[in-house]
Design a protein around this ligand. Sequence first.
Ligand SMILES: NC(=O)c1ccc[n+]([C@@H]2O[C@H](COP(=O)([O-])OP(=O)(O)OC[C@H]3O[C@@H](n4cnc5c(N)ncnc54)[C@H](OP(=O)(O)O)[C@@H]3O)[C@@H](O)[C@H]2O)c1
Length: 325
Amino acid sequence: MINVGIIGAGNIGHTFCQAALYYKDDLCLYAIASRDIKRAKLYQDKYSFEKTYNSYQELYSDPQVDLIYIATPHGLHFEQMMDILDYKKHILCEKAFTLNASQADRVFKKAKVKQCFVMEAMWTRFLPVIQAIQKEVKDGNIGKVMYIKADFCFKADVDESHRLLNPKLGGGALLDVGIYPITFANIFLGQAQSFKSQVQLSDKGIDLSESIEYYYQNAKAHLKASIIENQPIIAYIYGDLAYVVIEGFFYAEKASVYNHQKQLIKVIDIPHKVNGFEYEIKEVIECIHQNKLESQIMSHKDTINMLKQMDDLRETWKLKYPQEK
Ligand SMILES: NC(=O)c1ccc[n+]([C@@H]2O[C@H](COP(=O)([O-])OP(=O)(O)OC[C@H]3O[C@@H](n4cnc5c(N)ncnc54)[C@H](OP(=O)(O)O)[C@@H]3O)[C@@H](O)[C@H]2O)c1
C-alpha cells in the first residue's frame, strides 16, 4: 500500500482524491496538509484521510507518508520539492512542474541522489484517447502530420489575489494553460526548429494571452493560450490522409477522424473511469511498485524540454518571474 500525503487543500486536490479512490487497494489517502486546518478537516470528512496537518513540513516528516502529491500553485513547487526530497518521499507534482527548466533540472538531480520517484502530473499524456491517436498516427492512418492547431483559452473570473494573476506564484496563461497546447504539439510533432509568438502582457507583467507558431521541417503548429478570452478548447491534427478533431483535448474522452472529403471515418470514444486523473495515478503506482525513478510517458527529459520551450518564449517576451530576477 502506498500512503499518499497531499499538500494544499484547494481546487485540484479534489480531482486527485476522487481518482485516487479508484485505486484504494494500492493507494491510501493517508494525510492532508493545509495552511488552514479547517480546510484540511473538510478534506478529511470528504475522503477519510487518517491524518490532517496544518503545516506542510509536518506532513513531510511523517514517516508513514510514501508519496506526496503537490497541489499548490506552480511558483511554490520548486522549494517544496527540494524540501520534500530531504525526507526521501516520492513526488507527483502538479503542472507546471516548476517555473523554469533550470529549477526542474535541480529537482531531478536531487531526486536521483535521494532515489525518489518524481513525476509531473501532466495528465493529458496518459489519457487513453491521446494514446489511441498517437497509435493512429504511428500506424500511418492519418498520413504525414503537416499541421496542428491547439487552443486553450478561457476567461478567468478571479480577483487580483488569485494565483493566476500573481507573478510570484507563476501566474499567467503560459504555465497554467499554454503548457497544454505546447505539450500537444510536442506529442505529435516533436520539438520545433523555430518559433514566432505574440503576447499580451498585463501592467503587472503577467502574460494574459499568447499566440505561438512552431515551425518544423515539413510541418507547422499554431497554438493559442489565454486567461482573458472564452473560446472553444479544441485541437486539430491535419495529416495528408486524414484529420483528427479533439474537443477539450486536455481532458479528452473522444476524438473524431475525418477524411479530406470531410466524411467522418472513425470515432475514438473512451470514457474516463473517474475523471481522467486515474490514468496518471495508475502510472505512479506502477512505477513505484517497480522501483522506477521516472515514468517513460512523462519523463524528466520531457518535463525539462517543455519548460525550456516556455523559457525560450518568455525570453522573447522579456517576462521573468520575481524568483528569476
Ligand atoms: N491537472 C489539471 O487539470 C489542473 C487543473 C487545475 C490546476 N492544476 C494545477 O494545480 C496547482 C494548484 O491549482 P489550484 O487550482 O488547485 O489552485 P488553488 O486552489 O488556488 O490553490 C491550491 C492550494 O495551494 C495552497 N497554497 C499554498 N500556498 C499558497 C499561496 N501562497 N497562495 C495560494 N495558495 C497557496 C493552498 O492550500 P492550503 O491553503 O490549503 O494550504 C491552496 O488551496 C497549480 O499548479 C495548477 O496548475 C492542474
